[in-house]
Design a protein around this ligand. Structure first.
Ligand code: BMA
Length: 904
């Protein structure tokens, strides 16, 4: 049966009453707001009367209940007007929503204390996008940027009862289309709409400051949504209020930290005196520094600087390098006592350097150095977590970010085609020690940087978001955009425009340079508290060449994209920092069940294609190209899913280990992509429901501090390297064994070695003949291992032929599930070589401690299984797949797991 997609919207509402006590208020203030209470209101929405869409959708001009924060798609879904936008092939039928104007209305009362205060302000943390706001019948503000915070003073405009706030959202397509269509030559957009709602030759997305992925991307649907997508606050005060609190680290060593606490204080119409106090609490909650000062405040914004010192400061470190200690800085003006006069930030003490060392041969490195320690960045790119961002809960973020850390990642790149993530996101990355590379929100194509008004809008957006987020120690880079420079220089965007209109092309490029070379760099320098700026990914900060393996960061898509080279091509691409590379895979069947009925589940079916966004649904052909080259032709959708995951995991592992083996020349490896925006095919390692694809289990091994890189290229040479990202040298044994797939070792070598810290150590380059010693390559496997105290701590297998030619027999795995006190154990025994074991307990909710691994002939492994279900139910649900079984499967039924081994 088709499962509904869970709806998270209602859990987002924040409750004002929880902010009373200072400590609890501190937690609220951590949400990035200096001082404000969320507006308590009854919200409704309707199609704006008179809108042309009314003809096709009569009756929608009647008010219906709405949720704020939210989106019009979610409100229409909750009202029963539309079906679930993630289920079936719903997209084509919902594009009218993005062409309509929507009106939201909030009715609210105001308490006496608020009314009695001299000043009041309504603050909108997110209006998506072209919005006209009115209060009690009078215009209040006009907004044109979903990424900005919009504020309006409402002094004297509130009443005790029956206030009415209205927000009209104009269709971004209809708003911008006339201006875009009037351009004699267009600038490059991203993904044209296949649905006819927007002309393919006049895309508006790059002219709107709205999440780019809403217009459709190659991993997600096109839903040009609208709405109040972040909370609305009502703030009130008398004399003055704190509008921002920043903590600058002026000096940091083991003995002391010198901090500059920067308070923004807004003062009313007359000059006044005030007392300002700051306390710093250490990670255990002990007060370690305090300061109180009398200041003179002038009408308008005042910056108050307070110097503080902390002795023996505790650093914030990325995971794997030390603790994630954080300090709490509390500020009060006039003794505090209400939200407007207090502010709290939780921050960490660390230094960040983007090290750009030049080589003798003209190359230039790209390495993050945190607290003086060069960190090899291991991780993935993050895309939005939903098409409708207000659905994303803190629990959801924690689930996927915890999974990133569990897979031994230490860095995530927040890609520029979405939105600036919530405070929750960064609070969790701070806590987990995940470094964040933060793009500004430009996902590709080009934008009207030649328009000073557009640039000013972006600068305001950048200032809002840097100020909101700059206390987070996890943020270590602000990057101008995703792929705009390389698109202009390498994909023909620049050349085509130059051919058509050289003068306009020059203006467009100058606008680009002004925006990303000058304006955003300046805002980051002014506001970013020392975090480095990088103009584009990939790039070398406006160097002549944008995507250069020898300089700066690199996106590499010759595997999967363009020429669709085999995964071994990864071994011949050695950049300074690989910020994107990827292979797709389908999510597991239970995730497919959430959007497709069983009778819709064919590889080439309409619903399956609707959830495969690469090249207008052609992604499955690309997947088959990779699967068939290495493994063979899948017999069913279930086989296709499994083989796509095996292919993705093995390919990305090869690349990631190569990057790590190239340390220190290469200093980072971020694959595309961590997560999903909806249930569908994509490059992610976590699916929409948080299930780990095979890749995520592999990542936990290939990103582990200590790992084995045995990398065999098509020329039959295996480079054997040992990786140690730890800060200490490590003495261990390496061992190489070569054996028949049915068992029987015919070569073995073992030696003790000391691995240097934070380094890749070369062991040997081995040609096939050295390893095979005359044995049949199709019947052989080599195991490269690292042992400590006799235990294998890391292993990588090398095969000498593609899997489809390897003598992998079926029925080589025996599985037994036994009860073990409160939990269960799964015993697996391999008679011969077993590749790509996939353990699946169906919908029982059982969790197995490892998955997606290989077993050597004669090997036994026991895995812990956490489950609430009974033993017989688990046994009935258990399916274990292997590559050998799948490649031998004759079954064509889409739901036969095809490969259940002998289970007891
Ligand atoms: C990269 C990204 C995204 C895209 C991905 C997969 O170039 O920057 O724009 O989703 O490739 O094609």
């Amino acid at each position: 049966m088709r499962q509904g997609i869970p709806y998270f919207g209602s859990m987002q509402i924040r409750v004002a009453g929880h902010c009373r006590a200072l400590l609890l208020y501190a937690l609220c203030a951590l949400a990035g707001t200096a001082a404000a209470a969320p507006l308590q209101a009854q919200w409704s929405f309707r199609l704006l009367p008179g809108d042309p869409q009314l003809q096709a959708h009569p009756g929608l001009d009647a008010w219906r209940p709405a949720r704020v924060p939210g989106s019009v798609h979610d409100d229409l879904y909750a009202a029963g007007v539309i079906g679930d936008p993630y289920v079936g092939a719903a997209e084509a039928g919902l594009q009218w929503i993005g062409l309509a104007a929507w009106e939201y209305r909030a009715r609210f009362d105001v308490d006496a204390a608020t009314l009695a205060r001299r000043h009041a302000e309504l603050r909108f943390d997110g209006l998506d996008t072209f919005a006209e706001v009115s209060l009690n019948g009078r215009p209040l503000l006009e907004a044109d940027n979903a990424h900005r915070t919009w504020r309006a003073r409402v002094d004297g405009r509130l009443r005790a009862q029956g206030n009415e706030l209205r927000v009209v959202f104009r269709s971004p397509i209809r708003t911008l289309l006339p201006q875009v269509q009037a351009m004699p030559h267009k600038i490059a957009g991203n993904y044209p709409s296949p649905y006819g709602d927007e002309p393919k030759d006049a895309m508006v997305g790059n002219f709107a400051r709205k999440p780019a992925y809403h217009f459709g991307w190659d991993w997600g649907p096109r839903y040009v949504t609208a709405g109040v997508w972040r909370p609305v606050h009502l703030d009130s005060w008398d004399q003055h209020r704190i509008t921002d609190l920043a903590v600058r680290t002026d000096a940091l060593d083991d003995q002391r930290a010198r901090l500059g606490v920067l308070l923004q204080v807004e003062q009313g119409a007359t000059v006044g005196r005030a007392s300002v106090a700051v306390d710093v609490l250490d990670p255990d909650g002990h007060r370690v520094a305090s300061l109180e000062r009398e200041v003179t405040l002038h009408p308008g914004q005042n910056t108050v600087q307070l110097p503080l010192e902390i002795a023996q400061p505790r650093r914030w470190w990325p995971v794997g390098y030390g603790a994630q200690d954080r300090y709490t800085v509390q500020a009060r003006i006039d003794g505090g006592g209400d939200p407007a006069r207090e502010a709290v930030r939780r921050t960490g003490l660390r230094t960040v350097e983007l090290r750009r060392e030049a080589d003798a041969d003209g190359g230039q490195g790209f390495a993050f150095v945190i607290n003086g320690v060069p960190v090899f960045a291991k991780g993935a790119n993050v895309i939005p977590f939903e098409s409708f961002p207000a659905r994303v809960t803190r629990e959801r973020l924690r689930r996927d970010l915890q999974a990133a850390r569990d897979a031994n990642m230490n860095m995530l790149r927040n890609w520029g085609g979405g939105y600036y993530e919530s405070d929750d996101f960064f609070d969790i990355t701070d806590e987990l020690g995940l470094l964040v590379w933060q793009d500004f929100m430009f996902g590709g194509g080009m934008q009207p940087g030649y328009d000073p008004g557009f640039r000013a809008n972006v600068v305001a957006e950048a200032r809002d978001n840097i100020r909101r987020l700059r206390h987070h120690p996890s943020i270590v880079l602000w990057c101008g955009n995703n792929e705009e420079e390389t698109a202009w220089k390498d994909w023909g965007h620049g050349r085509q425009l130059k051919d058509a209109d050289p003068a306009f092309a020059a203006r467009v490029w100058q606008g680009y340079v002004d925006l990303f070379g000058t304006d955003l760099r300046a805002v980051v320098a002014e506001e970013g508290l020392g975090v480095p700026y990088w103009s584009s990914s990939p790039g070398n900060d406006l160097d002549a060449k944008a995507n250069d393996s020898r300089r700066g960061d690199k996106h590499y898509w010759d595997v999967w994209g363009g020429p669709a080279l085999p995964a071994t091509a990864y071994l011949r691409e050695t950049p300074r920092f690989m910020s994107e590379y990827g292979l797709q895979a389908w999510p597991q069947l239970s995730t497919v069940d959430a959007f497709a009925r069983r009778d819709e589940q064919q590889i080439d079916g309409a619903v399956i294609r609707a959830h495969q966004k690469f090249m207008a649904g052609q992604g499955n052909e690309r997947l088959l190209h990779y699967i068939e080259r290495e493994y063979g032709t899948p017999a069913s959708l279930a086989d296709f899913i499994y083989l796509s995951q095996v292919m993705q995991a093995e390919g990305i592992e090869l690349a990631a280990l190569h990057h790590r083996a190239s340390r220190p020349y290469t200093m980072g490896s971020l694959y595309w992509q961590l997560n999903d925006v909806w249930p569908g095919a994509s490059w992610s390692s976590l699916d929409y429901f948080g299930h780990w694809k095979a890749l995520h289990y592999h990542a936990r091994r290939f990103f582990a501090d200590v790992a084995v890189a045995a990398l065999r290229d098509d020329d039959g040479v295996t480079r054997f390297r040992l990786l140690n990202d730890g800060r200490q040298p490590l003495t261990a044994q390496w061992r190489v064994r070569v054996m028949d797939v049915a068992g029987g070792e015919f070569a073995r070598q073992q030696e003790t070695i000391t691995l240097a810290p934070m380094a890749a150590t070369a062991v040997a380059d081995l040609v096939d003949a050295d390893l095979l010693k005359g044995h049949d390559p199709a019947r052989s496997v080599a195991a490269f291992e690292l042992l400590r105290g006799g235990e294998v701590v890391a292993r990588r297998l090398v095969h000498f032929v593609p899997a489809r030619e390897q003598a992998l027999a079926a029925g080589q795995l025996r599985a037994e599930l036994v009860a073990n006190g409160g939990d269960y154990r799964l015993r697996l025994h391999a008679d011969g070589l077993v590749r790509a074991v996939w353990v699946d307990f169906g919908d029982t909710g059982a969790r197995v401690e490892d998955n997606a691994f290989d077993l050597l002939p004669g090997e036994t492994r026991e895995l812990r299984v956490d489950a609430d279900a009974r033993l017989d139910a688990l046994r009935a649900a258990l399916r274990v797949r292997t590559l050998g079984d799948t490649l031998h499967a004759a079954s064509t039924s889409p739901h036969d797991p095809a490969s259940t081994p002998r289970t007891r």
